[in-house]
Design a protein around this ligand. Structure first.
Ligand code: SF4
Ligand code: SF4
Length: 254
């Protein structure tokens, strides 16, 4: 059974991709059968950092979208009332308007429509891809630009991970930015690497992460040390209070 290490940061731009990529590649170079999982689906660029060839798509992630047949619609407004995402608006006497970017694909509107005026369409929201760099296999989740269904792409990525982890000893997961989806990945992980930079936003992100990540299974990385000594002291104090061992990476403009 492979050990899963989630590399996370509580916010974007802390350097977690740099840490995840290096950790995975060094482990693979040492002969440990390693899989790097790029779950930063809005900006999956581990393969670029590695210099690997462009990932090959192996699956498409779909979401359901409603399509309203105006010839059947009686403008009763029931679909608008039930929509949990406020993605539908009734223009009185004219039509029902779908705000595509808000739709969550739950299809409640279809179930409540008394006229059977709502049809179900499939819409492509992302992809799962694979690539390889030397001894390191890479599994990538990618959200279609402009889409907001990161959760669907991460779900699909986890499905594929179940197969891809066969024969591996170590799985390194580069988590999405922020904390919303990290919870889902944290539940499936055995160890955590928490990468922070010396900014108030990053420190707050780390505090949020610590609400659902076990500090006893966590290693800290303070990145860009030398930029803001006061913030660095605050981060060290927090790591000390939580008994989290940490390493520091000095700031470099190169
Ligand atoms: S599919 Fe769900 S979220 Fe989308 S418009 Fe219908 S009810 Fe609203
Ligand atoms: S529930 Fe059906 S009939 Fe009523 S407004 Fe919506 S689409 Fe039209």
């Amino acid at each position: 059974m492979a050990i899963k290490v989630l590399v996370t940061g509580g916010k974007g731009g802390t350097g977690k991709t740099f840490v995840a990529t290096n950790l995975a590649y060094l482990a693979a170079r040492k002969g440990i059968a390693t899989l790097l999982v790029d779950a930063d689906v809005e900006n999956p660029n581990t393969w670029i950092s590695l210099g690997a060839s462009k990932p090959r798509r192996i699956a498409t992630v779909y979401s359901y979208r409603p399509s309203i047949d105006e010839s059947r619609c009686s403008l009763c407004g029931k679909c608008v009332e039930v929509c949990p995402a406020h993605a539908l608006a009734l223009i009185p006497g004219k039509r029902v308007l779908l705000i595509d970017t808000l739709c969550e694909g739950c299809m409640l509107c279809m179930y409540v429509c008394p006229q059977r005026a709502v049809n179900q369409l499939m819409s492509e929201v992302g992809w799962i891809s694979v690539t390889r760099h030397g001894p390191l296999d890479v599994l990538v989740g990618e959200l279609r630009p402009g889409e907001r269904h990161e959760d669907l792409v991460v779900e699909k990525l986890l499905e594929y991970l179940a197969n891809a982890e066969q024969g591996k000893e170590l799985i390194v997961i580069d988590s999405p930015a922020g904390t919303r989806l990290v919870y889902k990945l944290a539940k499936r992980s055995d160890r955590y690497v928490c990468v922070v930079e010396p900014t108030p936003l990053s420190l707050n992100g780390m505090k949020r992460l610590m609400r659902f990540i076990d500090p006893r299974k966590t290693v800290g990385v303070v990145n860009k040390v030398g930029m803001a000594p006061e913030m660095e002291r605050a981060i060290r104090t927090l790591f000390q209070e939580l008994s989290i061992p940490w390493i520091e990476i000095p700031f470099s403009q190169r």
